[in-house]
Design a protein around this ligand. Structure first.
Ligand SMILES: CC(C)[C@H](C(=O)O)[C@@H](O)C(=O)O
Length: 473
């Protein structure tokens, strides 16, 4: 195959047929499920007397409601216990592998798939979760689906979809000190808007993307949906293969690695592939980005002035006014110095081992500000364990951070981890919508994990470049 994008190639490879309504029916290589969006779908399946078609291509975890402090069963929260029990029953009945908390493999669905090596280049991957775009970091075609689509995939292992356009986002230049993958994606969303990607899949390319490790690529692909694109991907390369080779799946099946590698190579976008749109970004111009508003697109460099709503496009003026009122910020001010009450280091965007490592280098030998409650919620039990083994847990706890079990936690406040009243939170997560972190008056400022660490220490949104990093060794 040649002259195509990865998107075209993976799509064609998985296409079963074109349906009478014009949509394509695609075979699904991996269906990830979690406790929040799957119960209803299993219910619909049962009503029709249908069985799960490919339990072997389905994998479950529990992440959204799982308590991150006390995980003794039954969970203190009845609703959480019910959702967990239902998932347990569904996976048992269907024979689906379940990374539950007793396995040591549990964690946020978008952290564990890559960890276990079941997220692979050139696969179609779906999950009832908008951040499924994360898996695109491996060159997979991965997108979030709704409940009725989960039902369809459970029943048929296929999905009906319309083909999207492809926008190549080329990020060139070298990232400056203190600036990282999260800043790149916040900048992309700031420039193109939260709706800018509707109808598109994003291909992230360019030397700044190629220079990122898999975790950074995942942070970027993760937030594709915040820019309106249901999927985003990076072409697989040596960095990808190195990660894959070290995973359980390929350690146990080394012959599969050799067998699949030529396929992975073949689905890379060709040099002469045609794109529906191309956008270029210079990574070397970026400062750490923080949000001033209530959408991930309302971001600015740490020392840039918060915009006058009137200076924005017409359709953005009202939302900007409302956002500034909610956040209690004024145009012309910077976010540097904005007081915070909570620091949350977690989520499927930024709770992998290197994220925690970078934050720990800022935290080491310092103390969390007296007025801040700060916590670290590792993305998975494996991240938690590895971080503990290399001493990161001790670094965080010595500074006054709470160290938790794996889960989504305060990213969306579906468990007991929530903002109270009008607390402001420096958060490494992906959404700053009003009410997102559990309190309708809560205020979320999105930023990279090192910036969260800096905010925890100073008690206000700060430029991490002003704090000296400590060597962890
Ligand atoms: C619960 C789930 C449907 C939701 C999503 O799809 O994104 C959640 O993961 C989120 O981040 O808001």
């Amino acid at each position: 195959m040649s002259n195509g994008t990865l998107y075209d190639k993976v799509w064609d490879r998985h296409k079963v047929t074109t349906l009478p309504n014009g949509q394509d029916q695609l075979f699904v290589g991996l269906h990830l499920i979690h406790e929040v969006t799957s119960p209803q779908a299993f219910g619909m399946l049962k009503e029709r007397g249908l069985e799960v078609a490919r339990p072997d291509l389905t994998h479950a975890t529990v992440d959204h409601i799982v308590p991150t402090a006390n995980q003794d069963r039954p969970y203190a929260d009845d609703a959480a216990e019910r959702m967990m029990a239902e998932l347990e029953e569904n996976v048992r009945d269907a024979g689906i592998e379940f990374s539950d908390p007793t396995t040591g493999n549990q964690g946020i669905v978008h952290v564990i798939g890559p960890e276990q090596g079941i997220t692979q280049p050139g696969k179609t991957i779906v999950c009832g979760d908008s951040h499924t775009s994360t898996h695109g970091a491996f060159g997979a075609l991965a997108f979030g689906i709704g409940t009725s689509q989960i039902r369809d995939v459970l029943a048929t292992q296929t999905i009906a979809m319309e083909k999207q356009k492809v926008r190549k986002i080329e990020v060139n230049g070298e990232l400056g000190e203190g600036v990282e993958a999260k800043d790149i994606i916040l900048e992309i969303i700031r420039r193109l808007g939260t709706e800018g990607g509707v109808g598109y899949v994003y291909e992230y390319a360019g030397e700044a993307i190629e220079n990122l490790g898999m975790e950074g690529r995942m942070s970027i692909c993760n937030m594709s949906i915040e820019g309106g694109a249901r999927a985003g991907y990076v072409n697989p390369d040596e960095t990808t293969y190195e990660w894959l080779e070290a995973t359980d799946y390929f350690q146990e099946n080394p012959e599969k690695f050799e067998e699949l590698k030529p396929y992975w190579e073949s689905i890379r976008s060709d040099e002469d592939a045609e794109y529906d749109d191309v956008v270029e970004i210079d990574a070397s111009e970026l400062d750490p980005v923080v949000t001033w508003g209530t959408t991930p697109g309302q971001g600015i460099g740490i020392d840039d002035p918060i915009p006058e709503p009137e200076s924005l496009a017409d359709d953005k003026v009202d939302t900007a006014r409302r956002a500034q009122k909610h956040m209690r910020v004024e145009p012309g001010e910077t976010m540097n110095g904005y007081e915070i009450d909570v620091a949350f280091l977690g989520s499927c965007t930024n709770a992998r081992l290197p994220d925690l490592r970078r934050a720990a280098r800022i935290v080491k030998g310092r103390e969390v500000d007296d007025d801040v409650r700060a916590f670290v919620v590792p993305g998975s039990q494996r991240v938690q364990q590895a971080a503990k083994e290399e001493g990161l847990k001790d670094v965080f706890e010595a500074a006054g951070f709470e160290w938790r079990n794996a889960g989504c936690s305060m990213c969306l406040g579906m468990n007991e981890d929530q903002l109270e009243g009008d607390e402001a939170c420096a958060s490494s997560s992906n959404r700053n919508f009003v009410g997102r972190q559990g309190s309708k008056d809560g205020r979320t400022v999105l930023m990279n994990p090192r910036m969260v660490a800096a905010a925890a220490i100073t008690g206000e949104v700060s430029d991490v470049r002003d704090l000296k990093e400590v060597n962890l060794a």
